[in-house]
Design a protein around this ligand. Structure first.
Ligand SMILES: Nc1nc2c(ncn2[C@@H]2O[C@H](COP(=O)(O)OP(=O)(O)OP(=O)(O)O)[C@@H](O)[C@H]2O)c(=O)[nH]1
Ligand SMILES: [Mg+2]
Length: 308
């Protein structure tokens, strides 16, 4: 009798494991051969992911049902002009800036709606060299970003801190084979502080070698591109000082829009990943429920067989 009961349990377990196994294999086979196409019919960006939903609530203080926003992350060292860039993009005072470092002490989302740009969440951040923002926090924020704007002050040639942070960022992106790294634009701020310091007569033609200020801006852009290992055309020189803002609404904005398609692809893969995680949880829950039901039924099954 005991042997027969054990046989029965073994058979039940065997078929349960087999079912779970077929389920899992089927799931990953679809995932693999469909090139990570969504398993459902719905557009994966139609609703915000849980992380964006929380950020939208923080930014808007209301819970609206909107599509997944494009997530733009501003990074850079302390006092680089990260918050000033937010204000320049919004055209009004949106976040605090100060000559003292560590003015921004936490990641702060803002909703950004501009013509030509998909509804976006733009994140101000503390400096990458600040005690308020360690590498882990920076990498987590970058892992959820579709476009990164790295602010580098043109008048500070000591860029090792920035290079180290960017290297950490690139290393973390390199190991994520399932994700596409977000495009990175470098915004060279403080160009008004380049020599001759007292001269400020924009617009500047960077190809004009006779103009010392323009030549110095050009040299700083090239130095930043080399120091941070980015293509020179991805470095945009700007001035972000309130009242003196230069090159943001035209050149920087055009560069952001130029990278929008790539950023939207990053958003799609990010949403597919979020959906897959959610589906994994649903499947795990289902399997746990199935296993629970089987274990609950087990005494009855055993009783039936022992009574036979
Ligand atoms: N001259 C000049 N000043 C700038 C420029 N960008 C920012 N500033 C000034 O630099 C100071 C620091 O700017 P923030 O925007 O607060 O810099 P941040 O990167 O947000 O700094 P933290 O939040 O402390 O990390 C402020 O006083 C700004 O007005 C610029 O392009 N030129
Ligand atoms: Mg700030």
């Amino acid at each position: 009798m005991r042997e027969r009961s054990l046989d029965q349990v073994r058979n039940e377990l065997h078929s349960w494991f087999l079912r779970a196994y077929v389920c899992k294999v089927g799931y990953y086979a679809i995932d693999l051969y469909s090139g990570r196409l969504p398993l459902g019919d719905e557009e994966p960006t139609k609703y915000p992911t849980p992380v964006s939903k929380a950020d939208l609530e923080q930014a808007e203080k209301t819970a609206k049902e909107v599509a997944e926003p494009l997530r733009i992350l501003i990074l850079g060292r302390s006092n680089a002009g990260k918050s000033s860039l937010i204000n320049a993009l919004f055209g009004e005072l949106t976040t605090s800036t100060d000559v003292l470092p560590d003015t921004t002490q936490a990641l702060q989302p803002f909703t950004l709606s501009r013509e030509g740009l998909t509804q976006a969440l733009i994140f101000d951040s503390p400096g990458c060299d600040s005690s308020f923002f360690d590498d882990k926090q920076m990498l987590a924020a970058a892992g959820n970003a579709d476009l990164i704007l790295w602010i580098s002050p043109a008048n500070r040639p000591d860029r090792q801190i920035e290079r180290d942070s960017l290297n950490a960022l690139r290393a973390s992106q390199a190991v994520r084979m399932d994700r596409h790294p977000p495009p990175l634009l470098v915004v060279a701020s403080f160009i008004d502080r380049l020599r001759p310091v007292n001269e400020w007569h924009p617009p500047y033609d960077l190809t004009d070698r006779q103009d010392i200020k323009a030549a110095n801006i050009n040299a700083a852009v090239r130095a930043i591109a080399t120091d941070l290992a980015v293509p020179v055309e991805q470095v945009i020189p700007v001035c972000l000082l309130e009242g003196k803002v230069y090159n943001v609404d035209d050149t920087l904005w055009a560069a952001i829009l130029n990278h929008q398609d790539e950023a939207l692809r990053v958003r799609l893969i990010r949403c597919l990943d979020a959906r897959k995680r959610a589906e994994d949880w649903v499947m795990l829950r289902r399997q746990m429920a199935g296993a629970g039901r089987f274990l609950l039924d087990l005494p009855e099954i055993l009783g039936k067989h022992s009574g036979r």
